[in-house]
Design a protein around this ligand. Structure first.
Ligand code: ADP
Ligand code: XUL
Length: 577
């Protein structure tokens, strides 16, 4: 039974009482035992403990190592398209011919993990000093593991690669990822079964969404019944990576678990009714839920022998990329919100009294406050759509893109555009296309390069401002993160649209940083045998730096445009043009 397998590798907090290392000695092989004793001595010396955070994002696997003072000591990344070209992904994914289905090869993620760890090893990073590891995964994606995989994970041979050993372990070779929009039928069915979108949102924190894992599972159960029946475990991207590390199925944390339409958002438990409209025997195929600061096991022998990690290294529950970014900013109470400009664009912040919306946005558990919540709104047309406009109109160069932007005034002389290069999540748009409107709200046939560059950015931030209030996000200040947050011209428009100061931290890979900080936090909680406020960890961090102040005149202009933007957006959504 899954629960038992998982529990057997979770060190009991009682056991920790007598000393951190002692708990695990009983589970070690002879050689490893000797190593632990040496290791304990080493860690007591002048070299302090280190903490590893991983982020398995859409386009890359990133790793950040921090010390116990929260300082970043090392970072590296494996880019799927460039470093693993044999998997033939574009932006880390495969877009299917129907224009709606989007998947990533599960084995590619496993290959990326070995590659990243080999890189750390070849750079002589003292992996034996890593006391705890946590991680992050793109949210909602699901990994389907064949019967017998628990045993394979438990007995991984350090002489062979993960890729070789797990090659036959996936009952569904290609994982549906968050960019998938192919499950509208399953969503309508779930909403109806649960009493309508409002009831579904009240129960699970979100109405049914195409990318949410429960709907993806329902599609696979119906379309590929044999593969579904052959599946022993369904993991999220985050819990899958944690599973590889512990050599058994890892629990799912309540922040990432909320992105499945399967968890009761208020009790933070799996919901039987939500399971009933998903797939047969689902409860046997999902790991238990756990708060994000909890340990889920010790590192498996594969990693200690192959890479030299200490057998004492503890694995703290992995979570989603947005929840981990929330941790990187220490957002445990309402006030500031973060805007992440990664492959997806998201806005999110902490909430105490969540009000799930039947229209848009999501409520997840808060990964740094087991009693708290976070609200999030997500856009699929984020960085890749900005890149598309950059490639089409700015010779593929961000400096050219920024120079063009400076040629147009805020408000773009009345031109508004909607760039749905991919089917959109917020608002829901399945038919892709670019829709331009002139100052008289009439469709515009085309626009100059500089107008397109401004239109895509203004449209993205106006949409954020328009939609985030519905889920209770009214930020006082904004913390920007993700790949595009390095671009000052983009941050200026963000500040002007929201009328708020925009700050950044040095590390734009906030999901990996958040995972490293959660590793440190979880490790502290484990040693203290109680929940320690995350502030004790986030207090260590450097203060975010002010990067853009709003220009009041521009802000007034954008506020005046908002009702017009909303009206035109409705027209596009309803396909009236
Ligand atoms: P993810 O974590 O989802 O894989 P990242 O947060 O790493 O994504 O962001 C990657 C994106 O950052 C790229 O797709 C790229 O478009 C964007 N990016 C990088 N540099 C810039 C820049 N100077 N201006 C705008 N966008 C940028
Ligand atoms: C959030 C979402 C994306 C993914 C990929 O709901 O779908 O932000 O987490 O980053």
């Amino acid at each position: 039974m899954i629960l038992r397998q998982t529990q057997s590798v979770i060190p009991s907090e009682e056991g920790i009482q007598n000393g951190f290392d002692l708990t695990l000695d009983s589970r070690l092989h002879g050689n490893d035992k000797a190593k632990t004793i040496k290791q304990r001595h080493y860690e007591g010396g002048k070299h302090g403990k280190l903490f590893l955070g991983l982020d398995l994002s859409t386009q890359a696997l990133k790793g950040i190592i921090i010390d116990s003072a929260g300082r970043v000591r090392f970072e590296t990344a494996v880019n799927f398209d460039h470093d693993l070209p044999e998997f033939k992904t574009k932006g880390g994914v495969h877009q299917h011919a129907d224009g709606l289905t989007v998947t990533s090869p599960s084995l590619m993620w496993v290959a990326a993990l070995d590659l990243l760890l080999e890189r750390l090893q070849s750079r002589k990073i003292p992996l034996e000093r890593i006391a705890a590891i946590s991680g992050s995964g793109q949210q909602h994606g699901s990994v389907y593991l064949k019967r017998g995989t628990a045993a394979v994970l438990n007995a991984l041979d350090p002489e062979k690669s993960l890729r070789t050993q797990l090659a036959k372990s996936f009952s569904v070779a290609n994982s549906p990822v968050w960019m998938d929009s192919s499950t509208t039928k399953e969503c309508r069915r779930r909403d109806a079964f649960l009493g309508g979108p409002k009831a579904a949102a009240r129960l699970t924190g979100s109405r049914s969404y195409e990318r949410f894992t429960g709907n993806q599972i329902a599609k696979i159960a119906e379309k590929f019944p044999k593969k579904y029946a052959a599946t022993e475990q369904i993991a999220l991207v985050s819990s899958f990576l944690a599973s590889v590390f512990i050599g058994g199925y890892a629990p799912i944390d309540t922040a990432d678990g909320a992105g499945m339409n399967l968890m009761n958002i208020f009790t933070k438990r799996w919901d039987r009714r939500a399971f009933d409209c998903t797939g047969k025997k689902l409860s046997e195929k999902l790991a238990p839920l756990v708060a994000a600061h909890k340990p889920v096991g010790r590192i498996s022998r594969y990693f200690t022998v192959r890479y030299g990690f200490s057998p004492a290294a503890v694995i703290i529950a992995f979570s989603g990329d947005n929840p981990n970014s929330l941790a990187a900013f220490g957002l445990d109470r309402p006030g500031a919100a973060a805007i992440s400009l990664g492959t997806s664009d998201t806005i999110f912040g902490a909430l105490i009294h969540p009000k799930p919306s039947a229209a848009e946005g999501h409520i997840f558990g808060n990964p740094i406050d087991p009693r708290g919540y976070m609200a999030l709104v997500c856009w699929k047309n984020g960085s890749l759509t900005r890149e598309f406009v950059r490639n089409s109109f700015a010779r593929g160069s961000w400096p050219v893109f920024n120079r063009l932007l400076n040629k147009t005034p805020p408000g773009n002389n009345g031109l508004l555009g909607f760039y749905f290069k991919e089917p959109e999540i917020t608002p829901p748009v399945f038919k892709t296309g670019i829709y331009l409107f002139n100052r008289h709200n009439k469709p515009a046939a085309n626009a100059a390069p500089e107008q397109n560059v401004r239109a895509v950015l203004e449209s993205q931030f106006l949409s954020m401002r328009l939609h985030c209030g519905n889920i209770g996000l009214r930020p006082q200040t904004i913390l920007a993160t993700g790949g595009a947050s390095v671009n000052p011209s983009i941050l200026r428009i963000m500040a002007d649209v929201f009328g708020r100061n925009v700050y950044t931290i040095k590390q734009q890979n906030s999901a990996a940083l958040g995972a490293a900080l959660r590793a440190l936090h979880g490790w502290k909680c484990l040693n203290a045998r109680r929940f320690i406020p995350f502030r004790e960890v986030s207090a260590l961090l450097e203060k975010p730096k002010l990067k853009a102040r709003p220009n009041p005149r521009n802000h007034r202009l954008y506020t005046a445009i908002l009702p017009r933007f909303s009206k035109l957006e409705n027209i596009v959504v309803n396909r009236q043009i």
